[in-house]
Structure formats: C-alpha cells, structure tokens
Design a protein around this ligand. Structure first.
Ligand SMILES: Nc1ncnc2c1ncn2[C@@H]1O[C@H](COP(=O)(O)OP(=O)(O)OP(=O)(O)O)[C@@H](O)[C@H]1O
Length: 365
C-alpha cells in the first residue's frame, strides 16, 4: 500500500505545455479520475508517472520515495490502455503473466488463474488476442495490470474501445475490482459520466492545469469555474451574461427582461458575471409572473429518462431545460415562462471565469 504524490510537475513539448505545475496526491485504495478535454495533458501525466518520459520540473513519489529516474518496471506501477496493447503472438494467459514473469514472481499460474476468475476470462486464457472480443481484450489488459498487485494503477481510457453495454457493466464492476488491491488508481477518461461513476474524486485537467480536484457531487454542485461547469452535465449548463444588483442583502439579475432572484454570492454585488443554471433546475409553465423569463419552445426532444426542451428566451438567448418525461411539456412554438430557484443559480466572474461566493445548492439538496 503506497500513496502516489505528484508535486509541482511540469512538462513542455515545443509550444505545448501539457503539464503546468500539477500537484495531486492519490491515497492507497482511492480512485481518482483524470478528466478533461482532448489534448489537456491527461496521457502525458500518466506517461510521466509510468516513466515513459520524465517531467522537466517537479517530483513524483510512490510510497514517499521519488521515482524520477527509475525505470518503468521498478516503479511499482500497473498500466492498462485504451488500445489494450496486448502482445499479439502470446495467448491471453501469457499476456497476463508477462509482467509477473519478467519480475520473477512466484506462483505465476495461481495468480493468473485467480485474477482471470475475477475478471471472468478463464475460458479464453488459451486464445490469442485476435481471437478475443474487444471486451475480452480489455479484461485481459486489466488482468495484466492488476495481477502484480501494483502500488499504483494507471488506466488510460480503458473503456473507450468497448461497446456501450460492456462499458455500462464495467462502470458498475470496476470500482470494486480496482479497490481490491488497495492500489492508488489514476483513471483517465474523456467521459464525465464515467469519471462520476467510477471515481472517489475527479481531477479536472484543462490546458495542463488542475482546474478542480473534488468529489463527483461537489464538482457538479460547486464547479470551481465556468469551464468546469460546462464539462459536467448533459445537456450542458445554461449561461447568461448578467450584472447582478444587491438590494437589502439579496442579489438579483435581469435576464431577458425578468428580474430573477439569485442565491449565490455573499449578498454584495459582484460585477459582471456569467450566470449558470443547470437544465434540470429550470421549471416551465404557461403562467407569467415577475420572476419568470418569457420564452418560446423551439423544439422538444423526448429521451427515455427526460425530455429536453430547446427554448429561446425573449432576448434571443437559447437555453435548454431537462424535464421529467411525464411533466406537461407543451409543444413547439408555445409561449412559456421559465423559472428557477434562487439557490439553483451559480455566478462566475466574467473576467476570470471563477465561481463567486459559497454555493447554496448543497444546502438546498
Ligand atoms: N511526445 C510528445 N511530443 C510532443 N508533444 C506531445 C507529446 N505527447 C503529447 N504531446 C502534446 O501534449 C498535449 C497533451 O497531450 P495528451 O495526449 O496528454 O492529451 P490528452 O488529454 O490525453 O488528450 P486525449 O483525451 O485526446 O487523449 C497535446 O498538445 C499533445 O500534442
């Protein structure tokens, strides 16, 4: 059992700076998802930890000892990648055993059998990779990463190339499987749902910097910035440019002519902001009122667990509302009124993008 610590790590490739002062610690038995847009530096981070190349600055420690300069096989790290990276000429059994054999481990056959049972691939151990389905390849690659009981487990988008059904199943199974060995797990994914389903904490990487490291619930309810807020949620968060005003210690902002009460902030007017409201926090009705934004329904998309309404507010802004499918939805071109609770409004500084003030969403939940 060992802690993984990444301390002020930076890496530059020409004009690209995929790691810019990254600091993060992962405890034994903890799963931290590294999530961020394409090109944000996720793979570079994993490769530096694995020892495929070294950082320009900073330190990486496993169990309190720096691994900088140590060869990959001496770092106590297991890895699995999105393209599986299995040796094509070896059976699944030999692929799984390859790392153990290289290290001269004991009871290789017994350990391979045990991990294969756990991953339900015992029946294909004699097959070559070309004879395996993508799901079986992915389980074989995971088995190879897990079999040596590594201190640190690095998984680079391991479910990207498997079909939707298996991905769903594996999202349910993986957390228990990964926690068995009490490794410190870094799990890279481009899918925010996968990050939320699998991880204890999510490290949001944007342009080589950690924009936020927090639990999935906190990141959703209290995103540190408008960029983080936009990465989590489907449909994505609705935004409006506002300049809130403070009256009697309470904030409000005018959106498309309607004066909306805001629960965010500390009651002082914060200057120009982005206001963000999640689609599921909007209520739609045919009843007008001072606290309601006039809008028109442009389109309704029924989905099995929700209906998504595309709305045009009276100032031309387009917002999305996500409603329970049994809610009265109206029809395209209907005039409607949009409301949200003051606690549902988040405010982000327009210049920096950072969220303003304490969130009231958690209190409301
Ligand atoms: N070996 C390398 N040489 C030069 N530039 C590199 C190298 N590896 C990565 N980069 C650059 O570093 C940046 C981050 O790349 P990285 O592969 O870490 O992104 P990512 O977040 O994993 O993206 P994706 O989700 O698409 O896999 C990119 O601009 C990439 O072009």
């Amino acid at each position: 059992m060992a802690r993984l610590e990444i301390k002020s790590v930076s890496k530059t490739f020409g004009a690209a700076r995929p790691a810019d002062g990254l600091s993060l610690a992962v405890e034994p038995g903890e799963i931290v998802a590294v999530f961020g847009p394409s090109g944000s530096g996720k793979t570079v981070l994993l490769r530096m930890i694995a020892g495929m190349f070294e950082p320009d600055d900073g330190d990486i420690l496993v169990g309190g000892r720096s691994v900088i300069g140590a060869p990959p096989e001496r770092r106590g790290i297991g890895m699995a990648f999105q393209n599986f990276a299995l040796f094509p000429h070896m059976t699944a059994r030999d692929n799984i055993a390859s790392g153990l054999r290289a290290k001269g481990g004991s009871d290789v056959a017994g350990r391979v059998a045990a991990i294969s049972r756990l991953l339900k691939i015992e029946h294909v151990l004699g097959h070559a990779p070309r004879e395996l389905s993508n799901g079986q390849k992915q389980r074989t690659a995971l088995a190879r990463a897990l079999v040596g009981n590594p201190d640190v487990l690095l998984l680079d988008d391991p479910l990207r190339n498997v079909d939707a059904k298996l991905r769903y199943e594996m999202r349910l199974e993986l957390p228990n499987l990964l926690r068995r060995g009490a490794a410190a797990v870094l799990y890279v994914t481009q899918d925010y749902r996968e990050a939320m389903a699998i991880a204890d904490r999510i490290a949001v990487l944007i342009d080589g910097r950690l924009a936020q490291v927090a639990t999935p619930a906190d990141i959703y309810a209290q995103p540190a910035s408008v960029a983080v807020a936009r990465l989590f949620g489907d449909p994505t968060i609705n935004l409006a440019e506002v300049t809130p005003v403070a009256e009697h210690g309470a904030l409000s902002a005018v959106i498309a002519g309607a004066k909306m009460r805001l629960g965010a902030g500390d009651g002082a007017a914060p200057g120009p902001c982005w206001l963000g409201v999640r689609p599921e926090d909007l209520a739609i009705s045919s009843v007008s009122g001072e606290d309601a934004i006039p809008a028109r329904i442009l389109a309704i998309t029924p989905m099995h667990e929700k209906a998504v309404l595309l709305l045009r507010l009276s100032d031309g802004t387009e917002w999305l509302a996500a409603l329970p499918p049994d809610a009265p939805l109206g029809a395209a071109d209907d005039a409607v009124f949009v409301r949200f609770a003051p606690e549902a409004a988040m405010l982000f500084d327009r210049a920096t993008g950072l969220r303003i003030g304490p969130s009231h969403r958690l209190k409301a939940a």
